[in-house]
Write a protein that binds this ligand. Structure first.
Ligand code: ADP
Length: 453
């Protein structure tokens, strides 16, 4: 209602003046006055309409025209409307930008397709996995860009519950899982997820189960066979049945050994981040304990030597370190023919400490060396089994060393022998200390228990 007061007031005033003029100077003067006012109002209106149209041409850049009265009111309201629109436009732009940033950061490839499967939008990850380029390929039919038959079948099936697992068309090493998600009126979102690692873990899990079953099958079959024989022939001569029992014991030990190694591996894997019981270890004591283990395993068949050039100690989990080095020593004994030489050495090299186990055994061909630390990898399966191997020893060694930040280096010449060296990083090395009277005290003090693996 406020809008009407002013113009109606002005109109009333004009009519009043016109009436006065009529009474005073006659109707011609009154009409001339009214015509003048009318012309003024029209001109003013034209002027304001012109200013309004100029402003509307570019409302974001130009300020609203200045005016009083009803025109002032109109301009004020239009300006308010315009500001409100500007604010909601900038809110929308912000939201869109945020969405755009989020979509750019998503590690999965995302492609928006319209009802005819033309690309409307895609994120940078879709270039990495599918070779699409958002700028270049916008508006293209996806079926002309990704032409693999299984992809076209998947696209045409329009079954949103299914996923397609396939190799990336631009990198055969990458396995993708593709999924179509419907949205909006008739649009689709194609999501491409990299599942290479999952696939690898799955393949490893399948291999692992197959390997463990395979390893257990032979001893179980043997033990089962002997138990049947003994059950069917209770009067077997004592020497014969003793031989059977010995063989059964042998195979049972093998299974026990395998389970022990599997448990050790699984413990190491589950503890991957936390290295507990990090204590100073006297390497000389440890080396002597390992030598004595090697001698009892060798039963005099090998010449076993110690070569301890460094007085330094190391810091680590004693049980794990002993088990890892013990595996290397046991391998040296098992893969070195009778009469061979085995040397356990400890030296400093740069700021690292190196513990090595060298043998004059059968050696390993170079193509096998990079794979030796894989679970169940053996150069000669039957040789490993004959000597009581499980194929897990070096996998355990690798795990323990990784937990200690150490490396395993393998040098080998077939027919001549192998050297397995463990390089222990400087921060785990504990140097000797020189006491006040100049006496060298290895660290830690000699005679400290080395525990058992
Ligand atoms: P295994 O229980 O079979 O010994 P490991 O993981 O300890 O399993 O070793 C893997 C393979 O590496 C062995 O099967 C063997 O072929 C090879 N190997 C390990 N140590 C030696 C060595 N000192 N000399 C020759 N071959 C070795």
């Amino acid at each position: 209602m406020g809008f009407w007061w002013r113009p109606l007031g002005v109109l009333a005033g004009v009519m009043f003046v016109a009436l006065l003029l009529w009474a005073d100077s006659g109707w011609v003067a009154a009409l001339t006055f009214l015509a003048g006012i009318q012309a003024f109002v029209m001109l003013r209106r034209l002027l304001q309409e012109y200013r309004l149209s100029r402003w509307l041409e570019n409302p974001d850049e130009v300020d609203p025209p200045d005016a009083t009265g009803t025109w002032g009111d109109i301009f004020y309201r239009l300006d308010k409307l315009q500001r409100r629109q500007r604010a909601s436009r900038s809110e929308l732009t912000n939201a869109l930008e945020q969405f755009e940033h989020a979509a750019q950061a998503v590690p999965d490839g995302m492609i928006i397709l319209n009802r005819s499967d033309q690309i409307e939008w895609c994120n940078p990850a879709s270039r990495k996995y599918l070779g699409l380029d958002c700028e270049r390929d916008r508006g293209q039919f996806i079926r002309y860009l990704l032409r693999q038959a299984h992809f076209l079948e998947f696209l045409d099936a329009v079954d949103y519950s299914k996923r397609l697992v396939c190799k990336s068309p631009i990198n055969r090493e990458v396995t993708l899982s593709l999924q179509l998600v419907p949205f909006g009126a008739s649009q689709k979102l194609l999501v491409a997820r990299d599942i290479t690692d999952l696939e690898r873990v799955d393949a490893m899990r399948r291999d692992f189960i197959a390997n463990v079953s395979h390893e257990l099958r032979t001893p179980l079959t043997v033990v089962g066979g002997f138990v049947e024989t003994l059950a069917d022939a209770p009067d077997l001569p004592a020497t014969e049945s003793k031989r059977y029992f010995d063989l059964m014991l042998d195979h049972t030990r093998r299974m026990q050994h395998l389970l022990d190694d599997l448990l050790t591996l699984s413990q190491l894997e589950s503890d991957d981040h936390a290295l507990k019981d990090d204590v100073p270890i006297n390497v000389h004591d440890l080396a002597e304990a390992l030598k004595s283990d090697a001698e009892s395993l060798s039963r005099g068949r090998h010449n076993i030597q110690l070569k301890l050039d460094s007085q330094a100690g190391l810091k680590g989990n004693l049980q794990e370190v002993r088990s890892a080095l013990g595996n290397l020593v046991s391998n040296a004994v098992r893969y070195t023919p009778d009469g061979g030489k085995i040397t356990l050495a400890w030296r400093e090299q740069g700021d690292e400490g190196v513990f090595s186990v060298a043998d004059t055994g059968e050696g390993i061909a170079p193509e096998h060396i990079p794979r030796l630390t894989e679970r169940f990898y053996r150069v000669d399966r039957s040789r490993s089994r004959e000597t009581g191997g499980t194929g897990l020893g070096l996998a355990i060694v690798k795990h323990v060393l990784t937990r200690h930040g150490a490396r395993l280096d393998i040098q080998s010449i077939p027919g001549k022998g192998s050297t397995f060296s463990v390089a222990i990083p400087a921060q785990r090395i504990q140097r000797q200390v020189v006491s006040d009277n100049g006496k060298v005290i290895p660290f830690p003090e000699r005679g400290q228990a080395v525990g058992s693996a």
